[in-house]
Design a protein around this ligand. Sequence first.
Ligand SMILES: Nc1ncnc2c1ncn2[C@@H]1O[C@H](COP(=O)(O)OP(=O)(O)OP(=O)(O)O)[C@@H](O)[C@H]1O
Length: 261
Amino acid sequence: MEPALQLKNITVQYGGFTALDHVDLNIERHTTLGLVGESGSGKSTLARVIAGLIAPDEGEIGLGSQPLKKKRSREQHKNVQMIFQNPDASLNPKHSIRQILSEALLFHRIVERRQVEQRCKELLERVHIEEGALDRYPYEFSGGQRQRIAIARALSVEPSLLIADEPTSALDVSVQRSVLELFHTLKEELNLTMLFISHDLGVIHAISDNVAVMRQGRVIEVNSKSKFFVRPETDYSRELLSAVPRIPTSSRSGGSYEQRI
Ligand SMILES: Nc1ncnc2c1ncn2[C@@H]1O[C@H](COP(=O)(O)OP(=O)(O)OP(=O)(O)O)[C@@H](O)[C@H]1O
């Protein structure tokens, strides 16, 4: 079976600057690929290309068996959902939570109109927000709760790929952990396929099955999580790992990164 996502030779230029330089990358179905790399290495640009927010100058994107062209169909848009660092990017402040969730359900014809209310409640339950939230507005919630609602919105349309771009880094440290735990639970329960971007290697260790490393617009290493954290292939990956304040206590155990989150 083909991978959930295939990127071939993706190049993006901003003016004369090459932000993505012939990137090849696959994400296997029902796995989470953690994407790491220093600031400016091209992680968000890659996420935006996959989500269809930026058209690449070169290269091909395949979602399952379908090539994604510059102009995507409604179904193709639906199938790639993105969660941003700031949840407000995907929550219309003038709409109630009911409107936010039901619009997506109706637009993409996920359920019939008479089933929308029930589905909205189920979605909130999945992200541990009480159903009374449906009549409220985004500003009435904390940052962590808003991110949970953004996750519910993204999942509402049953995407085949979920992209999370630093989804916990704008949150208070105290709520980062619970949102990360939610991602972990959803990944297991829904068998999600995810691209998860974070500069925090503890977060990447907690959520990923495989890890890809970007540097200066290129993917320089793709490895299983266990190999990446114990025996990375490139000097750059070793540098990234050595910059983490708490290094693994034992190479056999895969280390203690998860203790940092
Ligand atoms: N719209 C734009 N116009 C011009 N240059 C851009 C634009 N967006 C990003 N860049 C540049 O492209 C490079 C890659 O940026 P990108 O945001 O993809 O990196 P990143 O790895 O996600 O960084 P960070 O971890 O800081 O978010 C950077 O040098 C950035 O300054």
